[in-house]
Write a protein that binds this ligand. Sequence first.
Ligand SMILES: Cc1cc2nc3c(=O)[nH]c(=O)nc-3n(C[C@H](O)[C@H](O)[C@H](O)COP(=O)(O)O)c2cc1C
Length: 372
Amino acid sequence: MNQQTGLNKILSTPVQLGDLKLKNRFIQAPLTRLRSDLDTGLANDLMNTYYSQRTSFGLQITETVMTHQMKGYFPYLTNEQQSQQWKKIVDSVHEQGGLICLQISHGGRTNISSMGSPPVSPSPIKINGKNKFTNNECYETPKELNIEQIKQIVNDFQQSAILAKQSGFDAIQLHAANGFLVDQFLRESSNLRTDEYGGSIPNRCRFCLEIIDVLISVFGSGRVSIRFSPVGRYNQMYDSDPLALMKYIFIELEKRNLSFVELRRFGKFDLSAPVEEGQAHPELQIPNFFQTLRQYYSGNIVANDGITIKEAESLVNDKTAEAISFGKLSISNPDLPIRYDYDQEINNMADHHTFYSQGPQGYIDYPKYDRL
Ligand SMILES: Cc1cc2nc3c(=O)[nH]c(=O)nc-3n(C[C@H](O)[C@H](O)[C@H](O)COP(=O)(O)O)c2cc1C
């Protein structure tokens, strides 16, 4: 389906995001694909092919990479060898004129002990259910982190950032979305602490901002980004006042002058979708999600989730967002920006069966548009 609106190819215009000069407004969203080496967490040649196919995007954000061991699941960046393997990918992307940002994360209570890192969280509240990525193992009750352990994790983020810098990444993004550890500190449902890391909004934001500051110390503020999903429910997250949380953290982030903030909307206008008892519908918590949040943040915004080319053009045109990140569309269209430029069909059929499978199928075999 061709989705052009005639807005003069606005998504093909370059944009400056902090220290990053993007050749267009298309960003490859962070996408876990589980193709790294299962035992060692090492990035490999298959991943190199996948990322090298997508260098027409103005910026590529990697799949999430953990600061701690996660055998058989996510890649992790804790040693020189892993850094060297990523360097090969970064070098290939650069050779083709691309820019690449590492998304860095800690799983917190989503961790599974058998994979090398036990679950930890601001409070001992477990996720009900099973982890579909890890042989359906049940989530465990996480250990409540003490202050010393919190400081250690902040330090781990710094060490992984140093390794990412050695790999040559152009930027680093803190994963503060989707119910991973940073998000677990931010939102009420997983943070019942009464010390300086819980309770008030400034306290719940403290851990996140401490990590942002160490990332800035390694990359410089113009090469640091953060991703939020303030109304998202994934991993059983909830906050009763996400707008207040965002207003506060935006004030703190504006002081730091980051490259960009990426906002995941989660659930688009689906008011009929069921919600947990006692919870407000995500769409009603922050109505007109991007337009509302734009009012509270003067830095660069990257919008994400369910965004069509048509909506992307309109968000950029009315300056609600500086750029758009595409998840599933960047899986099924390795050359999405080129297709847009040449008015070619866009493939809306990313095959979800191969999102988290192994091997090349559904990973590096989506065709590119052939201009000849
Ligand atoms: C296969 C898959 C893997 C994902 N992995 C990550 C991830 O590692 N980090 C992250 O922040 N979001 C992740 N997401 C969420 C996407 O970045 C994006 O927010 C979501 O797909 C909605 O955007 P879209 O409608 O353009 O696909 C993933 C989504 C999919 C479909």
